[in-house]
Design a protein around this ligand. Structure first.
Ligand code: FAD
Length: 566
């Protein structure tokens, strides 16, 4: 049986392999039981990773209940949404990182951190194998093994090159602080190289051609930052070559920013055109050499363009050691580690996965709904009373938030009223509903099931949710709750994870940004940029980073960005 179905015995250690967080709300209603934790050894929770998911988990876990260990190759949390600003010196790298030991200290808890990388998970023996680059142990390898009772995998993802030849060797990625620093140096190198006295104009142009592969939010934001850096700062410092600079965004799909509303996509494309940023849609990069990027287009065929620096930002892939782990647990045919709605790794006891490294998979919604109907329709009459429908709908909506959203959509008004009934807004006793008709009405629900986006928002909410579940395990054991029908084979003590979307931003340069907020509310322009500043300042993990980021922004307004090649 799964961890959530067990009574905690406090005899094991929970190891958490990731620690990441972003200014999240501390969990207030955890029920720590001082007495029992005094008597029995605490369970070991091992967390892998200090990114958004792991740090949020760490910030919210009640460490008086567990023996928590964090393992990550980096000893800090990085505020990734500001990484594009680091590439051009708008914000300094140190302003967006928070040492993980400071997060631990603030909690005043006895949490252990190991700066190491996990390279193998052994779920049978509940052990993880790690390797540290910064020191060797007695056998001279720097390798060590950690036991866990519960393992929380929060290792994020890696950049996906789709095995395109030459990308690893010649392109920059933008995932880590080091990547942003490398890009910053590389931009300055291109300008300095293009300024050398012996270069032909053709070579100068090549060096000053900056290519961004991928028209998603990261690629677009980087292109916009670079354009601002060039037009506001570098053009004054390099007047002789400023007209030779070119920025291109290459996108395989038909448009950039396709995850946003069409109005935002259109605004971004038009703004880039006005700014002179070339957007090449419908072009797929097939090869990269040290000086040429080769791409394919349905009508133009294969085209090669010279470039000085390229940033690859086409999406994310699974880390190799997670792929190995997936093979071990029978998920070898999947691309991403699968969890259930309680964030438990499928087919693997006491292992949880949160953030970019995992995806929640659901059984076919309609299969479940049919099963629920079958149980409710005991006399096989094909009709149900309102009370029965209320129960069914409530259970379905708890289990599948997307069904509730779907039912609430305009086309489904009739059934949306029934949901209201289910919530007790209308008191009726005797209405009957034809089950087949009802199921037909729900038939489209499966197509409404969408994967959650790989964003900091999702990762942080999952870290927070999982910590709350861990904090409540004992309490909920003693106070069983929850509708019977959603209890699957065992009994779930917690509601499944529900993602709450608070909207997303796309900074577009020139002090303009676009925002898509819940309720289809779109905002574009200078005022949105100020909203962006306030949201990102408020979301910083500590007052220290908040002060540093705001002072960086002010420094940039007053003195411009720094162009030294340090
Ligand atoms: P990460 O934050 O990547 O953390 C993974 C952690 O695991 C790291 O600490 C890493 O060191 C550690 N790790 C890696 N390998 C191992 C190992 N073998 N063993 C142990 N630990 C390991 N999202 C938004 O919501 N809004 C934005 O504006 C936004 N902007 C972004 C801009 C950029 C440039 C990028 C790259 C991403 C952006 N994102 C944004 C996405 C967001 O950063 C990710 O979705 C988020 O970081 C995922 O969190 P995570 O904890 O799963 O992974």
């Amino acid at each position: 049986s799964r961890a959530f179905n067990h009574r905690p015995t406090f005899s094991k250690l929970v190891v958490v392999l990731a620690a990441s967080s972003g200014g999240l709300v501390a969990y207030a209603d955890s029920k720590s039981d001082a007495e029992s934790s005094q008597n029995a050894p605490k369970k070991k929770v091992v967390v892998l990773g200090t990114g958004w998911a792991g740090t949020t988990f760490l910030k919210n876990i009640d460490s008086s209940l567990y023996d928590v260990q964090i393992i990550s190759p980096r000893n800090y949390f990085a505020f990734t949404p500001l990484l594009p600003s680091v590439t051009c010196g708008t914000v300094e790298p140190r302003s967006i990182v928070e040492p993980i030991r400071r997060v631990v200290n603030k909690k005043g808890a006895d949490i252990k951190f190991w700066e190491a990388e996990c390279f193998k998970i052994d779920p049978t023996n509940k052990k993880i194998h790690c390797h540290s680059d910064i020191g060797t142990n007695l056998d001279g390898t720097g390798e060590f093994v950690v036991d866990y009772d519960y393992l929380v995998i929060a290792v994020g993802a890696r950049s996906n090159t789709f095995n395109t030849p030459g990308v690893e060797e010649h392109c920059h990625f933008l995932k880590e602080i080091e990547d942003a620093q490398k890009i910053r140096r590389s931009v300055m190198d291109c300008f300095e190289r293009a300024s050398l006295p012996y270069l032909s104009e053709e070579e100068q142009k090549r060096n000053l051609h900056f290519v961004v592969v991928g028209g998603g939010p990261t690629g677009v934001e980087f292109a916009a930052e670079l354009h601002d850096f060039v037009s506001e700062d570098l053009s004054k410092l390099y007047p002789a070559i400023r007209d030779l600079v070119k920025i291109s965004v290459i996108e395989a799909g038909g448009h950039i920013l396709t995850m946003f509303d069409k109005r935002i996509t259109k605004f971004a494309e038009e703004k880039f055109q006005r700014d002179g940023i070339e957007v090449k849609t419908g072009y797929k990069v097939v090869k990269v050499s040290d000086s040429l990027i080769t791409m394919q287009n349905a009508s133009a065929g294969e085209v090669s363009v010279p470039y000085g620096m390229a940033v690859w930002s086409t999406g994310i892939g699974t880390r190799p050691f997670i792929l190995n782990f997936m093979k071990q647990i029978g998920q070898g045919n999947r691309r991403v580690l699968a969890t259930d709605e309680w964030l438990r790794v499928r087919e693997c006891e006491d292992v949880y996965a949160i953030g970019d490294c995992a995806t929640i998979t659901q059984r076919k919604v309609m299969e479940d709904i049919s099963a629920i109907f079958k149980v409710a329709d005991k006399d096989n009459s094909g009709t149900l009373t309102v009370k029965e429908i209320q129960d069914i709908l409530e259970d379905i909506c708890i289990r599948y938030p997307q069904v509730e959203l779907y039912l609430k959509s305009k086309q489904m008004r009739g059934i949306a009223d029934l949901i209201k009934d289910a919530k007790g807004d209308i008191q009726k006793e005797s209405i009957e509903l034809n089950i087949e008709e009802f199921k037909k009405a729900l038939a489209n629900v499966d197509s409404q099931v969408k994967n959650l986006p790989a964003t900091a928002q999702v990762a942080a909410q999952q870290g927070n949710y999982l910590a709350r579940c861990f904090n409540k395990m004992k309490y909920s054991d003693e106070n069983p709750e929850g509708p019977l029908r959603i209890r699957e084979s065992g009994r779930h003590r917690f509601r499944p994870f529900r993602y709450k979307h608070f909207g997303q931003f796309a900074p577009l340069g020139g002090e303009q940004a676009a925002a898509q907020l819940p309720g289809d509310w779109i905002s574009i322009g200078h005022s949105t940029q100020w909203l962006w500043y306030s949201v990102y300042a408020s979301k910083q993990v500590s007052w220290r980073t908040r002060a540093l980021v705001v002072s960086d922004w002010m420094r940039r307004f007053i003195f411009g960005r720094d162009s030294s090649c340090i």
